[in-house]
Unconditional design. Structure first.
Lengths: 133, 569
């Protein structure tokens, strides 16, 4: 009986982990809303912000890397920060990040909150492009 | 007989000389045409049996010059219908081949000589064998290449495979028979762990798109999936479809290497534009064609593009199709769109075959810097037929539906500034092939300074008009130092002097900035008047000169010299 209980518990834990992973995966795949991509924004650190943060090979940045974002991570359920652009090691692009977050409807509030952080030069939504035919 | 053999030998040498031109790529080395004035007596003896040669002693006033420049033979080559002007036109062969300009200048000092010039080397215009580079159902499907003088440009430059032109678009079917893009130059993006990641090897539409679907007119008017997904493939063909391969179409930049970058997700939404530009730039693109837009600017996208620009990459974008009605809800017609609206991006408007801006094409400063074909064949003042034919992912839809006898091939017509944009990108590929170090600013200047005017009554753009591929390539060659400005001016007759003879005022018209000094020399070679840094039209007061023959000496900005002659009455 004890063994059955043990296996049931293991099964429940596995299911929870699986569901949580699936949720995360779904939320970092950008959806769209009108002229902008939903659930994602860009922000740029000021030019004098030191380039001593760590970026993983897959372009991910640890959420804990930028302490000044602690409040926003919780409030807007930020799930991922990446640094997508490093073209010619341009120092401005090396300070530009993409945030994926769950509270898609609060995108404008997140932009306002990010723009109020002294270390951030700007935050913006990502426009969707149209082909010209 | 000896002279005949000698003449034959010289002729052979001159033919070989064409192959081995050491001094000028545009003129036959060691040869001049010299025309005697119309009143010069036709009494000199021509040895008709020996190749119409003339003994040097027939022209005693030129003996000194003949010796100085090593004249080896004189002949009266042209005698058609005994025309008196032709009979007075002599061909002179000489050994001091590098001193041709000096020789001409000294010949012109003699009043007996009307003109002296170097014979130009002629080239056959490149005439590709691509079957759709012709009329279909009596409608010219090649007007877009005719209008931009592509054939003339191809004689100068057909593109280098070392120059990469990237098409960042919804998708590009790189395996198309007329594209054959190397798989290393194709990519699409996939979200891996939430990060858009470039997958190299294909830029094709998703496999769910039925490439061989035949859409009905109703389907076409609502949504013909395969036609929608053909946008990028169409653009790629316009920039650099393989030319002279006996298949499909010809394109302006066929010799360059194309890159195809798919920026659309599987649902067709375009979101990987900045990632696509970065990938293209990181992988060697010299030119990036962007036939897409957003009505709002973005700082990140701007920075990605600006970084590419600052590293010498030429960025070309469609100016937008919202001249009359915005394509974006809540935005005004003809509102600036991006990336075309960024100052370092060359924005391209569309023209119809009547040389007017297409009615849909956005216009005005900050929207369009240059124009290129992207519109319609106009019939009875109506924008009637879409005739910009190019490669597609789908089988022919539009041309079939509007009644052309043209179907079941992976080619079709589209229209829009989207189509004008890759034509300019392909041309930029030629400019970079002519001058690999060309900067984006120089490329834009070459396009604009050589542009052809739009037809009267057309909406206007920020730049000068419609691209002129031939002159733009010449401009790039000039930057590369492969052709002298004076060569260009002489070849295209861009210096004109009138009236001639003149009494009080002489007008000189040249391209501004290309001639830095004009001097008037008398027959003794003394400078009697100078005009520094002349404008495009310069007025030279000559009333104080005594009557007689004078020379105009033009010093070009690269220090080459052109001599022209005028008579003061």
């Amino acid at each position: 009986m004890k063994t059955v209980k043990k296996y049931t518990l293991l099964l429940i834990i596995t299911a929870v982990v699986f569901v949580s992973c699936k949720t995360t995966e779904q939320n970092v795949t950008p959806s769209t809303s009108g002229e902008y991509q939903a659930g994602v924004v860009m922000f740029k650190l000021k030019d004098d912000y030191p380039l001593n943060f760590s970026v993983k090979e897959d372009k991910n940045v640890d959420l804990k890397e930028f302490k000044f974002l602690r409040k926003e991570i919780k409030k807007f359920e930020i799930v991922q920060i990446t640094r997508p652009f490093d073209l010619f090691d341009d120092p401005k692009l090396l300070r530009t990040f993409k945030i994926a977050f769950k509270k898609e409807k609060n995108i404008d509030a997140l932009i306002d909150a990010l723009n109020a952080i002294p270390e951030i030069e700007y935050a913006e939504k990502i426009p969707i492009k149209r082909k010209l035919k | 007989m000896r002279k005949f053999i000698l003449l034959s030998l010289l002729f052979l040498i001159s033919i070989c000389g064409i192959e081995a031109q050491n001094v000028s790529p545009h003129y036959v080395d060691g040869t001049l045409y010299v025309k005697l004035t119309d009143d010069y007596p036709l009494t000199f003896k021509v040895d008709v049996d020996n190749g119409r040669t003339i003994n040097e002693s027939e022209f005693p006033f030129l003996q000194e010059l003949f010796a100085k420049y090593g004249v080896t033979l004189i002949a009266q080559e042209f005698y058609l219908f005994d025309d008196e002007k032709l009979l007075r036109t002599l061909t002179i062969w000489f050994s001091e081949v590098e001193k041709a300009d000096e020789f001409i200048a000294e010949l012109l000092l003699h009043k007996e000589i009307e003109y002296a010039e170097k014979p130009t080397i002629k080239k056959q215009l490149f005439n590709p064998d691509d079957p759709y580079c012709v009329s279909i159902d009596n409608i010219n499907m090649n007007w877009h290449l005719d209008m931009i003088k592509a054939s003339y440009a191809w004689d100068l430059q057909r593109g280098s495979p070392d120059i990469k032109v990237a098409i960042v678009d919804n998708a590009v079917w790189g395996e198309h028979e007329d594209l054959q893009i190397s798989s290393d130059n194709l990519c699409y993006f996939k979200e891996l762990g939430g990060v858009p990641t470039a997958i190299i090897g294909s830029a094709s539409p998703p496999s769910s798109v039925n490439q061989n679907i035949i859409c009905s007119i109703n389907e076409f008017n609502t949504y013909c999936d395969a036609y929608y997904w053909s946008h990028g493939t169409h653009c790629a063909g316009l920039a650099g479809a393989i030319t002279n391969n006996g298949k499909g179409i010809a394109s302006i930049g066929s010799g360059v290497s194309l890159m195809g970058v798919r920026m659309a997700r599987d649902d067709g939404i375009l979101i990987y534009d900045n990632e696509g530009v970065q990938w293209a730039a990181d992988n060697g693109a010299k030119v990036i064609s962007m036939s897409y837009c957003s009505p709002v600017p973005e700082q990140t996208g701007r920075q990605v593009l600006q970084t590419a620009y600052e590293h010498g990459i030429i960025l070309v974008a469609a100016a937008g199709n919202g001249a009359k009605e915005s394509q974006h809800e809540g935005f005004e017609p003809n509102q600036i769109i991006y990336p075309a609206g960024y100052p370092f991006v060359i924005g391209v408007a569309s023209v119809n075959n009547n040389r007017k801006l297409s009615s849909f094409s956005q216009y005005g400063a900050d929207r369009a810097d240059i124009a290129a074909p992207g519109g319609f064949t106009v019939i009875n003042n109506r924008e009637w037929l879409p005739t910009i034919l190019s490669t597609t992912y789908c089988k022919t839809q539009l041309l079939r539906l509007i009644g052309f006898n043209f179907s079941d091939v992976y080619y079709d017509a589209m229209h829009g500034t989207s189509m004008a944009c890759p034509i300019v990108a392909g041309l930029c590929g030629l400019l970079a092939s002519a001058y690999p170090d060309i900067t984006p600013t120089q490329a834009k200047e070459c396009l604009q300074s050589t542009a052809q005017p739009l037809a009267p009554g057309s909406n206007q753009i920020g730049g000068n008009g419609i691209i002129n591929a031939y002159s733009a390539v010449l401009c790039a060659q000039e930057l590369a130092g492969n052709v002298g400005i004076c060569d260009k001016l002489t070849l295209t007759n861009q210096i004109s002097v009138y009236p001639n003879p003149a009494q009080d005022i002489l007008y000189v018209v040249s391209e501004e900035g290309e001639v830095k000094k004009i001097e008037i020399l008398d027959v003794a070679g003394r400078c009697v008047a100078t005009e520094q840094m002349p404008k495009s039209e310069t007025i030279l007061p000559i009333s104080n000169l005594t009557s007689g023959l004078y020379l105009l000496k033009f010093t070009c900005s690269n220090n080459e010299i052109i001599i022209k002659k005028f008579i003061k009455q």
